[in-house]
Structures are given as structure tokens and as C-alpha cells.
Design a protein. Sequence first.
Length: 291
Amino acid sequence: MAIKAAQVKELREMTGVGMMDAKKALVETDGDMDKAVDVLREKGMAKAAKKADAVAAEGMTYVAEAGNKAAIIELNSQTDFVAGNKEFNDLLHTVAQLIVDNEPADVEAALALDVEGQSLNELIIHTTQVTGEKITLRRFQIVEKQDGQTLAAYSHMGGRISSIVLLDGADEATAKDIAMHVAAINPKYLSSQNVPADELAHEKDVLMHAEDLEGKPENIKEKMVEGRLHKYLAEISLNDQPFVKGDGKETVSAFVESKGGKVVDFVRYEVGEGMEKAENDFAAEVAAQMG
């Protein structure tokens, strides 16, 4: 199949490899982006950390707090210009506060909430008409703390990224530090125990086929792969990551423990993350149904 320049550009941005290497990997995998990343990784040319979903939308994230609860939301617009104007920001704050106060079950239920005699959906439509751009509530999540727990939020890059962290024990300053770490470092899981078995198996398979391991005895290869797998898990698991404000040696879990606490949960939203993949999956599903 013909490889488009846009595909090569996307793969280069994801992996940091050169143009010809990106094109060769795409040709080898018939344009499959995920498989192309794996091929480059097997050749030692790309890292898993860069294999991330493309950000494909504008808008803002925001966290509203009320009592022992916090709600994190993502509100999308078509351009960053509209995302920065007063109408959009007023709506952003209204939506977040409405959600944390009412705890709707899902986006559909949130859109049906009453706002001074009109539904939230009608308010969003009105703001869309004022700004001239389509505005949508993409997602939200509510986090509630229990007695003895600490909740904190952090926003980064002017609201492009927001996070919430829940700790057992510790204090608000510690929770705020971990929320900042989550926003900056972007862990995928709370701990290595939370990594799905299929993802772990896939990563191990990629590592086993690394070019620099070719020809090595199986027992040596296994030990090297286990070491690399341990490093990979430490990179994607919050508790095992080096604390961003520390000296690089202290893990997040160790830092929180030193403050008398334990990380229970976290949520991180970045504007547009995963949208392109979701759209591609939907398109593939429709194509399959059409035969």
C-alpha cells in the first residue's frame, strides 16, 4: 500500500526516528502505526514512552472541588482561540461545578442537568452559537475522599492538563506534589500490579525480539529482558516512578510513605488524548459492519 507523508510525519513525532526509517517501518507493516512503532523498538530506534495517542482536539480540562469531592472534566472546542475566551471559560467552570455538585452517572446525564431553567446541553448549544464553534463535553470523573484520606488537584499548561490525586493519610501539600508529578510525568497505572497481563505480554515479546539480543543464549536473553521489563514498569507506574521533585532516587511511593501516606488513586486528563485512536477504532468498526 502507498504510505502517505502524513503517516510518516506522525510516526516520526511519536518515535523521534528519521524520515526514511519511519517510512520503511510503515512499508514493512502495511501502514499499521502500532506495529510500525514495535518494529522500530525492536531495532532499538524508538522507546515505548513515545508511543502515545495523538492529541487531536482543542479545549481545556478543569477540576472543581466541593467538600470531600472533586470533579475533573474535559470540554472541547475546535480552536485554542475559543478555548481561551471568556464565554468558554465561564462555561468550563459552570460545567465542572454542576458535575461535582450533582454527581451525574455519565455525560448524557450531565447534559440533562438543569442550569437556571435550561439544560446543560442547551447552555452548551447557546455558547456554541455565541462563539461560532462547536463545543462539547467529552468526559468527566468524580473522585471522593473518605475520612483519613487527602485529595488534591493540579492544572498544568493553562488547563491543557489537569490531575487529581487521592492519598490515604499524608497531607494536602504532599497530595498536591503528587498531583503535579502526575500532570508532568503522565503515569499510565498506579503500580506495576495494575498493568494488564496482555500489555505486559506484548511488551515482553517486543523486548525478546530486540536486535541487540539476537544470538545470545536464552537464559541470558531472559535475564536481560526481565531487567528491561522491570525498567519499563517503573516508567509507566506512578508508585515506582522517581519523584519529580526529588533527587531522582526516591520513588513516588517512598516519598508519600515518608509523609505518612499511601497513594490510593489518580486521574489525569490531557486535552484530546486518545481521540484519534477512538475515531480510528470507530471507523474500523463501521467498515467491518459494512462488509
